[in-house]
Design a protein around this ligand. Structure first.
Ligand code: PGA
Length: 250
């Protein structure tokens, strides 16, 4: 049985005051025996604060990216072992903003995915097509290419300790959500692709949907058979909005 995960990608937002009140609100409004797991992805400077507030709680936390190298002369970068040291359970890998704004190729993303596993973190591999790619019917080819970059270098078994987030780029931060049917179609495609290589892996892998998820659309998205929760940006920045999504998860 796959667990449902509701994960909040805070992107480059927040302050100490905001982190404290948001996390206290989430702790007060959720519980360890809920049907869904909760995780937050603060910016690096706030990981220590998140760790101190969330330690021993039911809420996990993670980094928004990591450098593929284990250590070294990489000014400004953060390694997987540092994230592990800050108690991170997860790390986002290949978010479309990293791909589009910071030029991360499929090959770069695959190296980060592997570095995350090496550091004992659970990578959340983000995949998804742009509007142009969808309109030219390239969605499956694009998503397959993003998955193949990891599979060809590190093998299907590398997904054993990973989560996937399908995030159509045209739905991120735009208020345009994929319909439950559009999202389910791509989720099933991803699951079938992994299943064709390893049946158990395909049936067990957790696949989140991301792209303008909110309290009103979450229940219908999460009701789809291959959608195992959400990666939430804008609506994860207030406890009220994020908890509405958590509640929708069951
Ligand atoms: P959004 O962001 O919910 O604001 O669309 C999702 C994401 O980028 O992970």
């Amino acid at each position: 049985m796959r667990r449902v995960l509701v994960a909040g990608n805070w992107k480059m937002h927040g302050s100490k005051t905001m982190v404290r009140s948001l996390l206290e609100g989430l702790l007060a409004g959720s519980s360890a025996d809920g049907n869904a797991d909760l995780a937050v992805f603060p910016s690096f400077p706030y990981l220590s604060l998140a760790q101190s507030i969330l330690a021993d709680s039911h809420i996990q936390w993670g980094g928004q990216t990591l450098n593929p190298n284990p250590q070294g002369a990489h000014t400004g970068e953060t390694s997987g072992s540092m994230l592990n040291d800050m108690g991170c359970h997860y790390v986002l890998v290949g978010h479309s903003e990293r791909r589009a704004i910071y030029g991360e190729s499929n090959a770069d993303v695959a190296l980060r995915f592997s570095a995350a596993l090496d550091a004992g973190l659970k990578p959340v591999l983000c995949v998804g097509e742009t509007r142009e790619e969808r309109e030219s019917e390239q969605t499956e080819a694009v998503v397959a290419g993003q998955l193949d970059a990891v599979i060809s270098s590190f093998g299907i078994d590398s997904f054993k300790h990973a989560t996937i987030a399908y995030e159509p780029v045209w739905a991120i931060g735009t208020g345009l959500t994929a319909t439950p049917q559009q999202a389910q179609h791509v989720h099933a495609f991803i699951r079938d692709k992994l299943s064709s290589l390893n049946g158990i892996m395909g049936s067990q892998i957790q696949i989140l949907y991301g792209g303008s998820v909110n309290g009103s659309n979450a229940a219908e998205l999460f009701a789809q058979s291959d959608i195992d929760g959400g990666l939430v940006g804008g609506a994860s920045l207030t406890a009220e909005d994020f908890l509405a999504i958590y509640t929708a998860a069951g």
